[in-house]
Design a protein around this ligand. Structure first.
Ligand code: ATP
Length: 299
């Protein structure tokens, strides 16, 4: 069983601010970290650290950030398949974080948007029925849709994190087996929160939906069950990457045990995400391979 993550990779610059800037404001900040990030890379790295054979399909630019991205990915236990945007700029994120651990993120997508459907499919063609295809919202509409349609015809299990939200995402639900949404995304997609939001998404064609709710934990629903899992009590330093850690561990936990997403996978995901929120940065905040191995042994 392999996972193929088709997504973005960035360099994340984390800046500490006393409070979030408002329109027109000029405020002081302090550089706290410079780290590998991007939802695609984050999810791929955490899945690979869980022990799931994982391939990351992504695009970078021909610049120093691209070189740095390549070097960092090579030190992870995953298989990076990077295409290069000629003379292009690698994507980066500016992460603003406040003392209470909240964040606001601006991500450029020039490289991610350059990943063509044919580049993605040339790698995804190696996937076998039952493998996992994982996507987020940073690619072009054409690449996202083509990859999901291809995954369906090949019998892959598809997992989607609709972030950042695009208006047409609702059209994709019939192509998706498992969706992970946070509270803000659920509200934008359904106009509701909690259980009504999950019911709305299931009725719209999704088979399984996980709603993450920050410190409050997560809810998980499929046609038969709706389960609420409390959040872990933990120190909060920087929540960047918590959602990506959660999704990656939930998927890896279930796939490594050969089961569908279950309560145990959600508990594993909550424990792993609690480690990420307790540390500064993106990649450097993620649980290590050893920490994940311990979590995956728990009930
Ligand atoms: P982010 O954008 O910060 O990466 P997100 O908005 O996509 O995250 P959240 O719902 O905020 O997603 O968090 C994902 C998961 O991380 C939660 O379901 C929970 O398990 C864990 N988590 C997030 N914040 C906290 C917190 N303050 N305390 C404990 N766990 C947390």
């Amino acid at each position: 069983m392999h996972a193929f993550v088709v997504g973005n990779v960035t360099i994340d610059e984390t800046i500490g601010v006393a409070e979030m800037p408002t329109s027109g404001a000029s405020i002081l900040g302090r550089q706290l970290s410079r780290d590998l990030g991007g939802k695609g890379a984050n999810q791929a790295i955490v899945m690979a650290r869980c022990g799931l054979p994982t391939c990351l399909i992504a695009a970078i630019g021909e610049d120093s950030r691209g070189t740095s991205i390549q070097r960092r990915l090579e030190s992870e236990p995953l298989d990076p398949k990077l295409s290069s945007l000629a003379n292009g700029i690698s994507d980066y994120s500016l992460v603003f974080t406040t003392p209470d651990g909240e964040n606001a993120i601006i991500t450029t997508t020039e490289s991610a948007q350059s990943l063509s459907p044919s580049e993605a499919l040339s790698v995804l063609g190696e996937a076998a029925a039952g493998d996992l295809a994982v996507l987020q919202g940073n690619l072009t509409d054409a690449t996202t849709r083509t990859v999901l349609e291809f995954a369906r015809t090949k019998g892959l299990v598809t997992a989607f994190n609709p972030s950042p939200i695009r208006p047409y995402f609702a059209e994709l639900w019939p192509l998706i087996d498992i969706a992970f949404v946070n509270a803000g995304e659920a509200r934008l997609l359904t106009g509701a929160s909690g259980e009504p939001a999950l019911r709305h998404l299931l009725a719209a064609g999704l088979k399984q939906v996980v709603l993450t709710r920050g410190a409050e934990g997560a809810m998980f629903a499929n046609a038969g069950d709706l389960v609420t899992i409390a959040g872990e009590k933990c120190p909060v330093v920087d929540t960047t990457g918590a959602g990506d850690t959660f999704m990656a561990v939930a998927l890896a936990s279930s796939r490594l045990r050969g089961t569908a997403l279950d309560q145990r996978a959600i508990r594993h995901a909550s424990r792993a995400a609690a480690i990420t929120v307790g540390r500064r940065g993106t990649l450097s905040a993620f649980p290590t391979t050893a920490e994940l191995a311990n979590i995956l042994l728990t009930a």
